[in-house]
Design a protein around this ligand. Structure first.
Ligand code: F0G
Length: 465
């Protein structure tokens, strides 16, 4: 059960069926453009959407808004130094700000960065420097049914092959994303991280850690990797950070707060100085990095709460139970569940919709029309802007931290099951307008009418009727 009780509540919106159809049409069939006031259960992201504890709200009152070297920064720095063992700690306003600072400093045109899987903003920040971002997920990740425990791992053989091949000299860094958000929210084992460290040593490369979900990865290592079951999550987290040269994190996830990010540098004052210069240029003075003092205090407190084993056990159990509930009802999901989301295999539910007509998007729109639930497509719409096709057509049902109860998720499961019944009537979508980078955020789409069939929204209404 949840290891907390509820002290403040917030009513959730219940738009009618007509209101949902109107909101979706007006949003150009893009759920990012649907007003949150028209969303009943918002599973768009687990980023910045969590509830804060009473202790965090109290800590915010102690926030000190001095421009430079405020006590709030000292508390933030001290918690992160203890947690990570890194000596240089720089706050930034969110994860992608950290990515911009790190990659604009380290990379130039023609360079290569290798990763288990770059998250979309990570890839965009690599590519904007003229570098290439190469994903080398482990082969086990391709099998969505198996219960292989560490599908977030990098393919070590492919990594070594790349580094010893003709383009090896162009590789400037290895990035490990924990957990692997672009790869189904799957964890990375400590063993895999250790071997990446060895490869980096052999080739003189920096090991960069995207630690946005470090606590959740630590919990899954503790649960699934032999030899770690007796440890505390904080010990596993420390063993993970110990392997990296540079880390960054979007603290909107495991910072348990609504905004924030961080960059850590180990024993490299010159590099830290170059990063600091970028932080000052883009974010603000390097002891606040675009955040208010009170945000730093909320984060300092959140980072001490997130590694609580009871909290992490509940989070992982909820995700597992949610995935199991969907699976048993015939909604295929990526196995095994991680912590921050359950990924629905929409391509298998809608096999008649080809990848370039975005079956994941069609399923998400249908789920919104059915129950006012907002999810995000993780398929060709998100990953295929260069004209390519995603390896799997998924929809991510992200789980905000400490926000929804199991009864909310039961409602989501019921709605997902109902969408399955409408599957044959759903049609694909085409893009009417989109920006070249990160197109899924702003794209305007329209349903593709089937021959002799009404558009998807009407099809849904008539089937329900
Ligand atoms: N790295 C990972 C692994 C992420 O999941 C995200 C954000 C970022 C970096 C960027 O951080 O949003 O604070 O700028 N992921 C969110 C998501 C947006 O919905 O998964 P940010």
């Amino acid at each position: 059960m949840e290891p907390y009780r509820i002290k403040a509540v917030e009513p959730i919106p219940f738009p009618s069926e007509v209101e949902r159809e109107r909101a979706l049409t007006k949003a150009g069939y893009n759920l990012f453009r649907v007003p949150a006031s028209q969303v009943t259960i918002d599973l768009l992201t687990d980023s910045g959407t969590g509830s804060m504890s009473a202790a965090q709200w109290a800590a915010m009152m102690t926030g000190d808004e001095a421009y430079a070297c405020s006590p709030s920064y000292e508390r933030f720095e001290s918690v992160l130094r203890d947690l990570s063992g890194f000596d240089e700690i720089m706050p930034v306003h969110q994860g992608r700000a950290a990515e911009r600072v790190v990659f604009s400093t380290l990379l130039g045109p023609g360079d290569i960065v290798v990763s288990n899987t770059h998250f979309d903003t990570t890839r965009a920040h690599v590519e904007v420097t003229g570098s290439a971002a190469i994903d080398l997920p482990c082969p086990e990740a391709a099998d969505l049914d198996s219960d292989y425990p560490f599908k977030g791992n990098i393919d070590l053989q492919a990594l070594t092959g790349l580094l010893t091949g003709p383009d090896g000299h162009r590789v400037k860094a290895v990035v490990m994303t924990i957990t692997n958000n672009g790869g189904g929210g799957q964890p990375v084992s400590l063993e895999n991280l250790r071997r990446v460290r060895t490869v980096c040593n052999e080739h003189g490369l920096p090991f960069l850690l995207d630690a946005s979900r470090f606590a959740e990865n630590s919990w899954l290592v503790l649960q699934r990797e032999q030899g770690h079951g007796f440890r505390e999550p904080i010990e596993v987290a420390r063993a993970t950070f110990d392997l990296a040269d540079i880390f960054w994190a979007s603290l909107k996830k495991d910072g348990l707060a609504n905004i924030g990010g961080v960059i850590g540098v180990r024993e490299n004052a010159a590099l830290a100085g170059r990063f600091r210069q970028e932080v000052i240029l883009n974010e603000g003075f390097s002891t606040y990095g675009g955040l208010a003092g009170r945000d730093l205090d909320a984060l300092a407190q959140g980072l001490t709460e997130v590694i609580d084993p009871r909290y992490l056990a509940d989070r992982a159990d909820t995700a597992r139970w949610f995935a199991e509930t969907l699976h048993k009802a015939g909604v295929p999901v990526v196995q095994p569940a991680g912590c921050h989301a359950v990924y629905v295999r929409a391509g298998e539910i809608l096999p008649h919709i080809p990848a370039h007509q975005f079956p994941g998007h069609a399923w998400s729109c249908a789920l919104y029309l059915e129950g006012g639930i907002r999810a995000v497509e993780f398929g060709t719409l998100l990953l295929g802007s260069g004209g390519g096709k995603a390896p799997h057509e998924l929809v991510r049902l992200a789980l905000p931290r400490r926000v929804y109860t199991r009864s909310h998720l039961e409602f989501v499961a019921e709605s997902a099951i109902n969408v399955g019944r409408l599957a044959d009537d759903l049609t694909g979508y085409r893009i009417v307008g989109a920006s070249p980078a990160l197109r899924h955020f702003t794209a305007v789409l329209e349903p593709i009418p089937r021959d002799n069939a009404p558009p998807v929204a009407d099809a849904r209404a008539s089937t329900a009727g």
